[in-house]
Design a protein around this ligand. Structure first.
Ligand code: ASP
Ligand code: MG
Length: 407
């Protein structure tokens, strides 16, 4: 008898018919003789709707009240899922995050899990029940309801899998797994049968987000192997696990495209030690994540700094820069333009050379100009004109022969 955790995202429980088909799948897993914990999100759109309602009443709603409000979404789906299972004759019981003993810190709306007791989940499973657990929620040491950040149901599922030592953790979503590229951009993108945690994290931060990053980091830390698969069919998904030697045979696992970036040029900065520290400290303090950075060679005591930020952070970035360097605040100190980032990711890069050369050659042949480059041990990213972005993604995908099942 295996202990299986199945997590269903918002679209998988999007309406009562979807909840019925989730119940059917759970019933089959249960009937095959397994213990099953089902973790559910709110119906898709509900969390956003609740946030919208809160902000229409108060542009800066209180975080504690916000958590109380947002957990309503998951509370609806656990109860409905339990009822749907009862209708199929499956004994099931729902549990909130607090009932499951998911203890967090005090940081409302972005709490971190500190421990999980499991509450009476084990007892319920041993008594033959399916347990439906509300994703996204926990409670703080002073007994308040907390939430785990947007997309936090993924984290709930991974964390309960780790705490109760589940045999399998399945993350059911609306895509078949992790692909070599976004299938909407690259028609013949292929599904990866397995991928390393680190590749998954790099792909997500490069624009191919399938799951909450914190959940993947948690899985990596506690060695929780999980599968990303679709609740809309029975296709096998993608297994996400620790890097294995065999994975290194595949040099590039995927190509990610992020069209929501902006390139910022801050010109005529004083070219002396400490300027970069000051600039990037201020941006970090403003909560702006900076990705690619290039500094040109200084001339006459002045230098330009070029970097990328998420497009929706441009105004905050400009305000931060202008406040920091008020004297130079006239004229061309701060310039921003849209940029797209195409990244190739693969743990095989650790042991193979020539990846950058191949990437640059493919782009050159297609006449795509590279504005910025950044690299890590397992990633090379280029910043290019957004109008070239989709074509470049397809060209790079082809250059690395990703259009076939690649692992
Ligand atoms: N309902 C929450 C959200 O939309 C948690 C989740 O779906 O994972 O962020
Ligand atoms: Mg979700």
């Amino acid at each position: 008898m295996a202990l299986i955790v199945q997590k269903y995202g918002g679209t998988s429980v999007g309406d009562v018919n979807r909840i019925k088909s989730v119940a059917q799948r759970v019933k089959e897993t249960y009937a095959a003789g397994n213990q099953v914990i089902v973790v559910v999100s709110a119906r898709s759109g509900v969390t956003n709707e609740l946030i919208g309602r809160a902000k229409s009443l108060n542009p800066d709603p209180d975080d504690r009240e916000m958590d109380l409000l947002l957990t309503v979404g998951e509370q609806e789906t656990i109860a409905l899922t339990a009822m749907a299972l009862h209708a199929l004759g499956v004994p099931a019981v729902s549990r909130t995050g607090k009932e499951a003993g998911i203890l967090t810190d005090l940081a409302h709306t972005r709490a971190r899990i500190t421990s999980i007791s499991g509450g009476d989940i084990k007892d319920q499973l041993d008594a033959g029940k399916v347990v439906i657990l509300a994703g996204f929620q926990g409670y703080s040491p002073d007994g308040q309801i907390t939430t785990l950040g947007r997309g936090g149901s993924d984290l709930s599922a991974i964390a309960i899998s780790a705490a109760l030592n589940a045999d399998i953790c399945q993350i059911y979503t609306d895509v078949d797994g992790v692909y070599t590229a976004d299938p909407r951009v690259v028609e013949h993108a292929s599904k990866l049968s397995e991928i390393a945690y680190e590749e998954m994290l790099e792909l997500a931060s490069s624009g191919s987000k399938v799951m909450q990053n914190r959940a993947v980091e948690f899985a990596q830390k506690f060695d929780v192997v999980f599968e990303v698969r679709s609740s809309f069919n029975n296709n096998p998904g993608t297994i996400v696990k620790e890097e294995a030697a065999s994975m290194e045979d595949v040099v590039v696992s995927g190509v990610a495209l992020d069209k929501n970036q902006a390139k910022v040029v801050v010109s005529d900065l004083p070219d002396h030690p400490g300027t970069a520290a000051e600039l990037f400290n201020a941006l970090a303090d403003a909560g702006i994540s900076v990705d690619m950075i290039v500094q040109n060679i200084g001339r006459e005591g002045k230098a330009n700094m070029t970097f990328t930020v998420p497009r929706d952070a441009i105004n905050r970035a400009e305000k931060t820069v202008v406040e920091l360097f008020p004297d130079e605040a006239q004229g061309k100190l701060f310039e921003a333009s849209d940029i797209a980032k195409v990244s190739v990711v693969g743990v095989g890069m650790r042991t193979h050379t020539g990846v950058a050369a191949k990437l640059f050659a493919a782009l050159a042949q297609a006449g795509v100009n590279i504005q910025l480059v950044s690299t890590s041990e397992i990633k090379i990213a280029v910043g290019i004109d957004p109008k070239d972005a989709e074509q470049a993604t397809r060209i790079v995908h082809d250059a690395f022969d990703l259009g076939v099942e690649s692992s």
